[in-house]
Design a binder for this molecule. Structure first.
Ligand SMILES: *Cc1c(COP(=O)(O)O)cnc(C)c1O
Length: 400
């Protein structure tokens, strides 16, 4: 990893400390300026002389957020693109016809949709396996054909953990030319740094925790090696998928508060998970000691995050609970400062055909909670109210 991106301070400090060397601004602006320009004037007739020439290829505001995020991710180099799905699309361009991808079976809905498209149009075989069992990945490894191994941990919405470290190790031993790619959106770089566990590429939907306010869309790609980074840059420049100056600026502003947001959202999530478990509901959250993968998750990350899901045993009951909540907004997505509630099978994961959902044991009654920064008593009170109205008998005492 490049020394340039070594962290000098604790992550919470690095998040707010913007290296003023990253952008040379004539006026010493305290906030990185928005270079809202498509082109840059050159000094010489042969078109040379300027650091930037055309914003598809590079823009100072984008460079500022990229170098900041590279440091946060401990990446050799990081890139920002228009959405999280664009990040995956850029990465998928490293796969040629005839090569194979091994991916999870509890993936983000949009990831599933793009992988299906690629398998239908590009002659690339995609194996969906349960990546929470290392052996399932191993049995699909082909030293010649495997190009990408795509992981999410925790998975979404079932919140299962993949042993990223062990998988990366096995993949690199058996398939030296394969790339281990992790969608780390759910944890954010604040809680989990997968490049340190041997992932070659870590990507994020910057729409979620990195920005934190649901006011922009972005994707982030961090690379462990310079050679992979160069290929990624080539695709971004060739396809024109780099993030625009204004969204780059918004993303940089959002990243500064990632630490404080994540700490609060996570501590709220722990309280919410405890409450739901106390109601006798089946809760999926790696912060619960009852979770079979509690220790594995702890070995990979510094916290359980702020997304959890639970089962009620009845689709209609789940619908009543979701509709009965007031503070919890019914919305797809997560990572925002306000709390959200959803039914993945009807919303974020509805693009996965019902038979496939069944095969992957995705419970239709599953409710996903994305916990925000509100007061935890209000969040729990609102959930208790929604549960009670829907017909769940409440246990224990609740503070009003
Ligand atoms: C939201 C999300 C994406 C896609 O990101 P967009 O910015 O919406 O394109 C990919 N993976 C995960 C885990 C996500 O939550």
């Amino acid at each position: 990893m490049g020394d340039t991106n070594a962290r000098k301070y604790h992550l919470a400090t690095e998040l707010v400390y913007i290296d003023s060397e990253a952008v040379k601004d004539n006026y010493n602006a305290a906030s990185v300026p928005i270079y809202q320009t498509a082109t840059f004037k050159q000094q010489n007739a042969d078109g040379s002389g300027g650091e930037y020439d055309y914003s598809r290829s590079g823009n100072p505001t984008r460079t500022a957020v990229e170098s900041h995020i590279a440091k946060i991710m401990r990446a050799e180099r990081a890139f920002v693109v228009s959405t999280g799905m664009t990040a995956l699309d850029v990465i998928l361009r490293l796969v040629k016809t005839g090569q194979e991808i091994i991916a999870g079976d509890d993936l983000y809905g949009g990831t599933n949709r793009l992988l299906t498209y690629v398998s239908q149009y590009s002659g690339v075989k995609v194996h969906n396996v349960d990546t929470t069992e290392v052996a399932r990945v191993e049995e699909r490894l082909d030293p010649v054909k495997t190009r990408l191994v795509l992981l999410e941990s925790p998975t979404n919405p079932l919140i299962k953990i993949a042993d990223i470290r062990t998988i990366a190790d096995r993949v690199h031993k058996v398939c030296p030319s394969a790339l281990v790619v992790v969608d780390n959106t759910m944890m954010s770089p604040y809680l989990q740094n997968t490049l340190e566990y041997g992932a070659d590429i870590e990507y994020h939907s910057g729409t979620k925790y990195l920005s934190g306010h649901h006011d922009l869309m972005a994707g982030v790609i961090g690379c462990r090696a310079a050679q992979v980074a160069e290929q990624i840059y080539f695709v971004i420049n060739a396809s024109g998928s780099g993030l625009g100056p204004f969204d780059s600026w918004l993303l940089l502003r959002g990243v500064k508060t990632l630490g404080i947001r994540m700490e609060k959202q996570q501590s709220n999530a722990i309280l919410v998970a405890d409450f739901l478990e106390a109601q006798g509901l089946k809760v999926h959250y790696p912060g619960l000691k009852s979770n079979a993968q509690y220790e594995l998750h702890r070995s990979l990350s510094s916290g359980p995050g702020a997304v959890l899901s639970f089962e009620t045993g009845d689709v209609a009951l789940s619908e009543r609970i979701v509709e009965g909540a007031r503070l919890w907004g019914i919305s797809v997505s997560f990572g925002c400062v306000n709390s959200l509630i959803s039914m993945p099978c009807k919303m974020s994961h509805a693009s996965i055909p019902v038979e496939v959902r069944k095969q992957r044991r995705l419970p239709e009654d599953l409710i996903r909670l994305c916990v925000g920064i509100e007061h935890p008593d209000d969040l729990i009170g609102d959930l208790a109210n929604a549960l009670g109205k829907a017909g769940v008998e409440l246990k224990g005492e609740l503070r009003k």
